[in-house]
Design a protein around this ligand. Structure first.
Ligand code: XIL
Length: 379
């Protein structure tokens, strides 16, 4: 990416006067996140089903104009792409990747091996018995070979394993771990690498800003490296709140993982502005809480004071990201606009949240302008 930037700057410098003027003018008129963050890191978003198929064409248009990396919010998860034994449904993923290619976007595959949004049949045989280690490894291999194989050279990076550890840093008790053991991760990375040796391969998780979980993830990456698993990067999801986690922990998360010699990415950034429904601060998709009126204080509009807090928070966080742009290869938002965000329905269904940088009318929010300004200063 940096070499592309270097070449474009060179071309700009040596280009003849009038062409250059015109190009620079277009650049200013067409200012986007893509142009502002060029040379720092990729700036990405997700596409949901409605955006992929054009039912939300405005969302799709906004995504391809502003961002240069894309992840599927749900359509590449096991339950969608491989809903039944031997049955694959590639339609939505194919369509998303076509859109990405038409618009010169980096494509992230999310996600190969996870405990959530994976059907139960994956772990059982025809008699309803839990699979053996060998049989589950075989099933994992078949899935990875089929999905990674189909998109070889078109998906540039894969979230190979998602969310394998818990807050205290120990392994999460999932079918993958229980049946196969800790080396399910080593195997998953090996299988993916064998099919597409060019693809970047990531471990992805949330709450890595919590020291005990971060330390567990560091041990996990070291274990993968010691066992020659072809991991190239770590995805820190970045499901944040206005006052959690501390900026120091956000920064330390980046520097600690960069010290392991792998790429660091922020893969699912959003900032929840609503009151927490419970003490839990993570992003476990199975967590849920009942709606209570006090949990939904801004059903009509975000008060200016909270908008300001959100802008300041985004500015503080992006200051850190830009300071470490040599270690960070991508920052991806988990949603195009506030209206699409999973945070309207998680962990409480039916709330009105404002966690992103575009509002429900597809318009940029003050936080958008704040981070563009920072990126421009950084260039
Ligand atoms: C979420 C999606 O945004 C929702 O639409 C879906 O109902 C549940 O999953 N960590 C992840 C993402 O890795 O895949 C999750 O996405 C959010 C938490």
């Amino acid at each position: 990416m940096k070499s592309i930037l270097f070449t474009s700057i060179l071309l700009l410098l040596i280009g003849c006067g009038s062409d250059r003027d015109q190009y620079q003018q277009e650049q200013t008129e067409e200012q986007t996140l893509r142009s502002a963050f060029e040379g720092s890191f990729l700036i990405g978003t997700i596409l949901n089903h409605r955006q992929i198929f054009g039912q939300d064409q405005r969302g799709q248009d906004l995504a391809v104009r502003e961002f240069n990396a894309v992840t599927a919010e749900n359509v590449m998860k096991w339950e969608n792409i491989h809903p039944e034994p031997g049955v694959y449904d590639f339609d939505a993923a194919d369509t998303m990747i076509d859109i990405a290619e038409e618009n010169g976007m980096f494509v992230v595959g999310h996600t190969l091996v996870w405990h959530s949004q994976t059907p139960d049949w994956v772990f059982y045989d025809d008699e309803g018995e839990l699979l053996s280690r060998e049989a589950l490894l075989e099933r994992m291999k078949d899935h990875i070979e089929t999905v990674v194989g189909r998109y070889k050279g078109r998906v540039h990076g894969w979230d190979v394993v998602n969310e394998a550890i818990v807050d205290d840093g120990t392994m999460r008790d999932t079918y993958w771990y229980r049946i196969i053991g800790e080396d399910f991760l080593v195997k998953a990375f090996e299988y993916a690498h064998a099919v597409d040796p060019e693809a970047e391969l990531y471990y992805n998780d949330y709450s890595l800003e919590i020291p005990s979980k971060r330390e567990g993830a560091i041990r996990l990456v070291e274990y993968l490296q010691e066992n020659d698993a072809p991991i190239t990067g770590i995805g820190t999801q970045g499901h944040f709140m206005l006052d959690f986690p501390d900026l120091e922990e956000i920064e330390k998360t980046i520097t600690d993982f960069a010290a392991l010699g792998i790429d660091v990415m922020v893969t699912e950034l959003d900032i929840d502005v609503l009151p927490p429904a419970f003490d839990y601060m993570g992003a476990d998709v199975s967590a849920s809480a009942e709606m209570r009126e006090e949990l939904n204080p801004y059903p009509d509009a975000l008060p200016d004071s909270v908008q300001q807090q959100l802008t300041d928070r985004y500015r503080d966080i992006f200051e850190i990201y830009l300071r470490h742009s040599d270690d960070i290869t991508r920052v991806t938002f988990w949603g195009v606009t506030d209206g699409d965000s999973w945070k309207n329905n998680w962990p409480v269904s039916g709330r009105t949240n404002y966690p992103l940088i575009f509002d429900r009318n597809w318009e940029p929010k003050p936080a958008y302008h704040a981070i563009i300004e920072l990126a421009e200063e950084h260039r």
